[in-house]
Design a protein around this ligand. Structure first.
Ligand code: GDP
Ligand code: MG
Length: 295
């Protein structure tokens, strides 16, 4: 049998479960997940090798109407992913709405085969609820396949992979078979820290936060990796919220992030978090790209 591979763009509105899906497909945390919108800020690839197939999934920030510079760069990265893709998964978690129209038109313009993925079916009590969602979409748009799944419970993912396999191309693999992502370890670590921040903060704080690793040093004596991470917020008040009473919150964020990183990379890190205020960084193109979100 010959090798087949392809790029699969995961497109959809914020919060439909795109990042949960890429993690479930690859079987490892590639992209962070949260109930808050705009969790994913840049395009992330997740690589799955199975038999003679290499699936390169591209997770994207959700398509939405951008309000600031960071939002614009996020929206662009979703559109760009269409240009690289061989097939698109359009992920939804509810019936067709007018706001789906614009996104579906962009996909149509790209001329790519499109699989409609109905996610979160674990939350739907009746099979007829799934059917209603399917009908609402196929009345409005032509899809090549329709697959209901639950990314959270890994339900029907085999079915989904079989559907996608048809759109892979014969040829050599794009990535070595031991790669799960093209993100750097540093990027994955700072994302895990950001995920913990999203978990423990509310309202405007999650959207105002950026995380950057300042230094990584191997401590030969203790056989640990010493990591300094800088958390950037937009206002003094946000810095206060993040640190919490007597540093309680920041400590919790640090402890949980460290555990998660230790587990994921199978190493012992010693993590120190710093918080800095940089006013209005989300509208500063230089800062956006410096923090790894732009091009
Ligand atoms: N019940 C249920 N929740 C899900 C499922 N997939 C994702 N979620 C939840 O939906 C929220 C958004 O998920 P995320 O993957 O960050 O969405 P994204 O913005 O599209 O990347 C999180 O709270 C997930 O736990 C699913 O299959 N079932
Ligand atoms: Mg996401």
């Amino acid at each position: 049998m010959s090798q087949k591979s392809g790029f699969i763009a995961i497109i959809g509105k914020p919060n439909v479960g795109k990042s949960t899906l890429i993690n479930a497909l690859v079987g490892e945390k590639i992209a962070i997940v949260s109930p808050k919108v705009q969790t994913t800020r840049f395009r992330i690839t997740g690589i799955l090798n199975e038999k003679d197939n290499q699936f390169v999934f591209i997770d994207t920030p959700g398509m939405h109407k951008p309000l600031h510079g960071l939002g614009k760069s996020m929206d662009r990265s979703a559109v760009d992913s269409l240009m690289d893709a061989d097939v698109v998964m359009y992920v939804v978690d509810q019936k067709y709405k007018h706001s789906d129209k614009e996104i579906l038109e962009r996909i149509k313009e790209a001329g790519l085969p499109t699989v409609l993925v109905i996610n979160k079916i674990d939350e739907l009590p009746k099979k007829s609820d799934i059917d209603e969602i399917i009908v609402s979409f196929i009345q409005e748009h032509t899809f090549d396949e329709v697959i209901p799944i639950s990314a959270k419970n890994s339900l029907h993912l085999t079915h989904l992979k079989e559907a996608l396999e048809k759109y892979l191309f014969e040829g050599p693999f794009f990535y070595p078979t031991d790669y799960v992502t093209d993100q750097t370890d540093e990027s994955r670590m700072s994302e895990i820290i950001r995920e913990r921040i999203l978990y423990y903060t509310e309202q405007e704080v999650p959207h105002s936060v950026a995380v950057m690793l300042e230094s990584l040093k191997v401590n030969e004596e203790l056989k640990t990796l010493d990591v300094d991470a800088l958390i950037i917020v937009e206002r003094d008040s946000q810095k206060g919220i993040l640190i919490g009473k007597q540093g309680e919150k920041l400590k919790k964020i640090g402890t949980e992030a460290r555990k998660e990183i230790n587990k994921l990379f199978d190493l012992k890190i010693h993590l120190t978090l710093w918080v800095k205020v940089k006013k209005d960084w989300r509208n500063d193109p230089n800062t956006i790209s410096k923090y790894g979100y732009g091009k």
